[in-house]
Write a protein that binds this ligand. Structure first.
Ligand SMILES: [Zn+2]
Length: 324
């Protein structure tokens, strides 16, 4: 394919010719770079990383694809945005360094709000609005470690549900978590626009696991075949453990097993451990040397999230348990 640009011109990317293009959305201080492969008419697949600035798996994977992917006979359009939240990524922190806001709570955003709100609005109106399929690549970042999963929002109708389930199945190294609509997310904006959408959550724990990168890589390859963007035999997919949450609260990662006060977190259980309800999971030692406070399981199930960073503030989520 011909490498056109780099371009920061305000051209309508949907009219770009066949080939590979680099395109800047927004301006130098508020925007993001996208790599766009245009093929024959077909699906429009959008994939991004670093909605949160401390998550490195998505950016690493997508940059590898940008460096090496040279499809022939591409059907449709593929848009890769390695780093959506550039300011947060540059600052090596989860949230935007200027306004302190969480981009994953800011959608659909506004054109005249905070930097984070404007970024959400830019992505939603200029990119997501033109997609037919969407993948948002997340991870536990610097503070958390996760038993990796792929998820989506249910409730958009039988057809979209089936499409999203099939998209999620492509990431067959991960377990699958379907849940109800939660506001503010990239997937909420996709849901409102009736775009079939999934997200992935990799281990995090301050780094990038090679097996997570391999799992994402395989998932993206599978997805391109599933959507018919590239030719190839349908892959044989592994069965995924599956859980569907009915209550939105269950899928709200920041709401479970909160630290009772600031201090040092000392876990007693490992990621992926199966625990009984009321089991002791760990404790938080206060900084003033007072007695530690024990953390007990809210429910029985598998530990899918564990706090990684030992220093905690009051209210920080320490564990999430899912009945897998
Ligand atoms: Zn994230």
């Amino acid at each position: 394919m011909t490498n056109v640009s780099p371009s920061s011109s305000p051209l309508d990317w949907t009219s770009l010719p066949t080939g590979q293009h680099r395109h800047r959305f927004g301006n130098a201080t508020l925007g993001f770079d996208a790599w766009i492969w245009r093929g024959a008419p077909g699906p429009v697949l959008l994939v991004n990383g670093a909605t949160h600035g401390d998550e490195y798996e998505g950016p690493t994977l997508l940059r590898q694809w940008i460096d090496t992917w040279n499809p022939t006979d591409l059907r449709g359009t593929v848009i890769l945005v390695p780093v959506l939240n550039e300011a947060a990524f540059g600052a090596r922190q989860r949230f935007h360094p200027v306004d302190g806001e969480n981009l994953a709570r800011a959608f659909p955003g506004t054109g005249d709000g905070s930097s984070t709100s404007q970024l959400a609005h830019l992505f939603d109106t200029k990119v997501l609005a033109h997609a037919t399929h969407y993948v948002d690549l997340h991870s536990g970042g610097l503070a958390l470690e996760l038993h990796p999963w792929v998820g989506y929002i249910v409730g958009g109708g039988t057809e979209r549900n089936a499409t999203q389930r099939a998209m999620a199945a492509c990431f067959d190294s991960f377990w699958c978590w379907a849940g109800p609509f939660l506001p503010g997310r990239t997937l909420s904006a996709a849901f409102t626009r009736k775009v079939a959408a999934i997200y992935t959550e990799c281990r995090g724990a301050g780094g990038v696991l090679p097996e997570d990168l391999a799992a994402l890589n395989r998932g993206l390859q599978n997805l391109l075949i599933e959507l018919g963007c590239v030719a190839g035999p349908k892959p044989t997919l592994a069965d995924q453990p599956f859980h569907q949450s009915i209550e939105a609260e269950e899928t709200h990662l920041q709401a479970h097993h909160p630290a009772p006060h600031a201090g040092t977190f000392e876990p007693l259980v490992e990621l992926r451990d199966t625990v009984e309800a009321t089991a002791k999971l760990g404790s938080v030692q206060p900084d003033d040397g007072g007695p530690s406070t024990a953390i007990y399981a809210e429910t029985g199930g598998t530990i899918v999230l564990r706090r990684y960073e030992p220093a905690v503030q009051s209210g920080d989520a320490l564990f999430v348990i899912v009945p897998l």
